[in-house]
Design a protein around this ligand. Sequence first.
Ligand SMILES: [Zn+2]
Length: 369
Amino acid sequence: MSFGFDLLATDGAARAGLLRTAHGEVATPTFMAVGTAGTVKAMTTDAVRATGAKIVLGNTYHLMLRPTAERVARLGGLHKMMDWPGPILTDSGGFQIMSLAKLRKLDETGVTFRSHLDGSAHHLTPERSMEIQFLLDSTITMVLDECTKFPATEDEAAESMRLSARWARRSRDAFVPRDGYGQFGIVQGGVYEGLRRESVDALRAIGFEGYAIGGLAVGEGQAMMFEMLEITAPMLPADKPRYLMGVGTPDDLLGSVARGVDMFDCVMPTRAGRTARAFTSRGVFNLRNARFIDDARPLDEACGCLCCTRHTRAYLHHLIRCEEILGPMLLTMHNLTYYQSLMTGARAAIFERRYEAYCTATRAGWQES
Ligand SMILES: [Zn+2]
């Protein structure tokens, strides 16, 4: 099967589509569960599938350090190693080097850094990042880029974006095309419209199977993020998938879909699940709170996940208080199911051209807890 994207319906700027890959199809808009080190934390792959997830994300930085890309390849690739035959998107490693690694130094060739695990020295170039993602057998490979810091002056954002554009060219040249596999370019340019335009033009001239919008959700706030999406999304080709990296809350997702985004990833639902927080159709709950001690209701009456159909809020509160590992497992399961149902509902609403009403009703529900 060749890699492709069918745009099936629109409602305003909101889009419903179908991503076709060598490892299966993904209905969009979609949320990708984050499987940093070859596992969606606290979840078996059967449990991930049961949430409705069709595609997961793996992290180049973590996997290149441990167990190493070459070892993953010897184990049959990331799909086989983690028992996830579906599509996998891998990031390029750049973002996490900047947030996790020590003594990092960036120059034209790439980025030199020391591992946060053992201090060992590494040099990641666009070419090496593509090689690593090839060894991982990633369905969707991301170009190596520099995520422009926020705040950044226009000159700083321009310099950073142009470096990313040169790395995008090198990433494309180093990418090995395979049937059903794709590579996404990443739009940078900070909060400057002219730079976003220059970045999009440079990436479209190279040509990718999809386009990511990077450098947002880095501290600029939701209003500015939405403003940048309104500027950037219409510049991107309509017949290619659009991925907003590292976003976000349920409200961020609804607002970004409304502005033309198809794909998301974020640690929020999984990380929140490990810290006793639940995203529900009635807003965010902290299950550590004593008000749940005798609450025999399901966590979310509107949810069909195992956590909500088989257990009570009181039991979840008990598990959290006792620091039982099942607590984070059940909350992660629920949170990922909630994110998937949010996207499934959005898709149905776009087909029926009632997306705005869907957002209004969903947001009203969050106020009812
Ligand atoms: Zn649930």
